[in-house]
Design a protein around this ligand. Sequence first.
Ligand code: MV4
Length: 479
Amino acid sequence: MGLFHKVMVANRGEIAVRIIRACKELGIPTVTVYTEQDANAIHITKADQAIMVTPGPVAGYLDYAQIIEVAKWAGADAIHPGYGFCAENWQFAQACEDAGITFIGPPPEAMRQMGDKVLARKLADEAGLPIVPGSPVIDIEDPGQAKEWAAKIGFPMLIKAKGGGGGRGMRRVNDEAELLAGLPGASREALRNFGDPAVYLEKLILEPKHIEIQILGDKHGNIIHLGERDCSIQRRHQKIIEIAPSLVLTPEKREEMGELAKKAAALLNYHSVGTMEFLVDRDLNFYFLEMNTRIQVEHPITELITGIDLVAEMIKAAAGERLTIKQEDVRLNGYAIECRINAEDPRNNFFPSPGRITRYQSPGGIGIRLDGCVYGGYEVPPYFDPMLAKLCAWGNTWEEVLNRMDRALEEYIIRGIKTTIPFYRQVLKHEDFRSGLFTTNFLAQNMPSLTYLDVREPWDLFYVAGATLFCELNQIAKK
Ligand code: MV4
């Protein structure tokens, strides 16, 4: 038996620890990498072996040729990339396979196809997934063409950059005049930001939810879906709170989206884990946005409601094992929520707050899961993603999970640096959040009240008054 002789964990932080834990439970030794500036990182102490790569602080983690060399030298026969860094680089996945090392992830060809967001939209369309009504690339010299597409799509629309993605390079236009006036600027901006002037049109989905379907498959063509996560609570296209399941999807809609996602994944000869992202409007119409070909930050909430260890499953699938879970065995039990605890100052526009943690006390108790990578005395380096930990709660009901998360946030003590913990307690109190009906606009609409209503000291009342005034003036300015 034995799935692999040794797994190279090619990442850092909480996800490296998460993968090492899965390997330990499967009886697989681990080796990891680190850079010089990351010598106090926790993943080094959790792995069986750790090897320094150069140069630091970040480039070593991105140098996949070096990581493959180190893996070979250490005798690893598989590499888990985690998320970020090399995780969605199809050339890395291909280079692993070429070096005779199993890439613990999807097939490189599917990664390549989904990495091209315009190709992904086309393939999704061909696979029968609904996509947002839109145009091909528009010739900005030809106003007739833009007008023709606008008539088909309808206003309001977005001008999107072909080379964009992640929400960058989008422009709202409300009528034909704004469209024609906006096209040249959008194209120039696209050229400047993405090196490609190509732009296209898409119908603007108003107040959407961001809902994603989790897929799991093996190398024998078996694919299941594990329901959805609602990731609508985002700040500048960074997710900060996720919940599973969504409070608005009906079982029928979940089944429809899940089955379509499985069908599209099958057409890609997909295996391992993957996520299909959708925009969902008020009437539960859904539109494919993009596919993530990696284990995602927010995977624990799916694990909490399904009882399935996604990282262990992806390791087993990579080793060629058959999926033992059938679709009809997947039951969504209760509710889960994740708060990403970041070293940021919510009262200073979420400015990064690296530095030494002078006091650290983690929450626990029933229904709480903490995937973290920091400890008392640790110096949070300024070079990496500011996420210190993912605090997850599970509950039988939405009400129970909200109360449990708030209790855990209250217990969580991190001193010496600023964190997003107090901010999340404000979000959890908000009626629009508690209703479950929140959309991707929630944070932008409510930021001043969320960042300043945390009255702990008398002088905080001045912040509240200032924020309220700011909010009002903003509303007036918009009209
Ligand atoms: C949209 C949209 C509304 N209509 N496209 C932003 C990130 C990128 N992946 C796509 N994004 C959006 N595309 C149409 N046609 C609204 C967004 C959007 C968004 C999407 C997901 C999560 C958060 C968001 C926040 C603002 C806008």
